[in-house]
Write a protein that binds this ligand. Structure first.
Ligand code: SF4
Length: 324
């Protein structure tokens, strides 16, 4: 349940299904995950996004083995002290897996609870979260919490639906404030619109014999822990200035002097609030030895071994483009 809860954060069930099957086949218990190396974990996670989840899962498994003798903790505090386990995941594991008296507030119950109590404020605000968690805690029964929490999530998902809630079928209709006031459409309040920032970046495939230059992204980078081609924001406009900037930035990131060649592909993708246009360039090795930059590792990697390495999403696309 822990693995599926982490995978389902920010990701749809249909996408998670195959990843989950492969992951639990590779790591059937917490010890096998704790003793694996991070590269293996990231390779199995590749394509699922939000890679911090995979690294935290691995770190949490090690902590469970070291501090809890390999037995998953049952209590909320101990669960929340594990990397990657927040209030919702801790509540879900404690109540559903261990039948502990712990509340759950997630997408479906946010909608259900805010309609039940007629909460018209912004549900993601601090005040909104406080109100909803407090309500979730107050209504908890003394026993059968696992069934109770699952029933609430199911009610939110199947009956108290976002657009057309089926109030005539709802067992809570007589105590629902939104139903009484006819405010089902207004509650929960619409989230503020996400604004996007456009970014232009370059990824560079520097070739040397049968190898390409790769760097393992540092802790504070977008793809922390994953391997990627040298990549950075591109400020120059026009191919001549772009090539000069690319050569300078590759050298700064890796210690390698290269001669940028053609732009062979432009990829467009989104990460959180960024919309990124990624120009992919070829480059030939000129001179220099690889040098790590800050926390990032740098190395030459045989092209034939790229399938075994955990790469960023766009890194994998580029690796597939240059495969032949
Ligand atoms: S009565 Fe309607 S709005 Fe209220 S909880 Fe039930 S389905 Fe949701």
């Amino acid at each position: 349940m822990w693995i599926s809860e982490i995978m389902l954060q920010q990701t749809q069930v249909a996408t998670v299904r195959d990843y989950f099957t492969r992951f639990v086949a590779a790591f059937p218990n917490v010890e096998s995950l704790a003793t694996s190396n991070e590269t293996e974990v990231l390779r199995l996670w590749e394509g699922l996004g939000y890679y911090r989840r995979a690294r935290q899962l691995h770190a949490a498994a090690m902590k469970v083995v070291e501090e809890h003798s390999g037995e998953f903790p049952h209590e909320l505090d101990a669960l929340q002290s594990l990397p990657g386990i927040g209030r919702y995941t801790a509540g879900a594991i404690a109540s559903i897996a261990f039948n502990k008296r712990a509340p759950i507030v997630e997408a479906n119950t946010v909608r259900l609870f805010s309609r039940l109590i007629g909460y018209t404020g912004e549900t993601t605000s601090a005040a909104g979260q406080r109100t909803l968690w407090q309500f979730a805690e107050e209504i908890l029964p003394q026993k059968d919490v696992a069934r109770f929490n699952q029933a609430l999530m199911e009610l939110g998902s199947l009956v108290c639906t976002p657009a057309e809630p089926k109030c005539h079928e709802c067992p809570l209709a007589s105590v629902c404030a939104a139903n009484a006031a006819g405010l089902q459409r207004e509650i929960p309040a619409a989230k503020p619109k996400q604004t996007f920032t456009e970014l232009r970046e370059a990824a560079v495939v520097v070739r040397k014999n049968g190898s390409v230059l790769l760097r393992r992204c540092g802790e504070k980078e977008r793809w922390a822990g994953l391997w990627d081609f040298p990549r950075f924001e591109l400020e120059a406009s026009g191919p001549l200035f772009a090539k000069r900037e690319i050569a300078e930035k590759v050298a700064a990131q890796t210690g390698i002097a290269c001669a940028p060649g053609s732009l062979f592909k432009t990829l467009r993708h989104g990460v959180t609030r960024f919309r990124i246009t990624l120009d992919c360039y070829d480059a030939a090795y000129l001179e220099g030895r690889v040098r790590a930059n800050e926390s990032a590792e740098v190395r030459w990697q045989a092209r034939s071994t790229l399938p075994q390495l955990p790469l960023s999403t766009t890194g994998r696309k580029i690796a597939n483009l240059i495969r032949d």
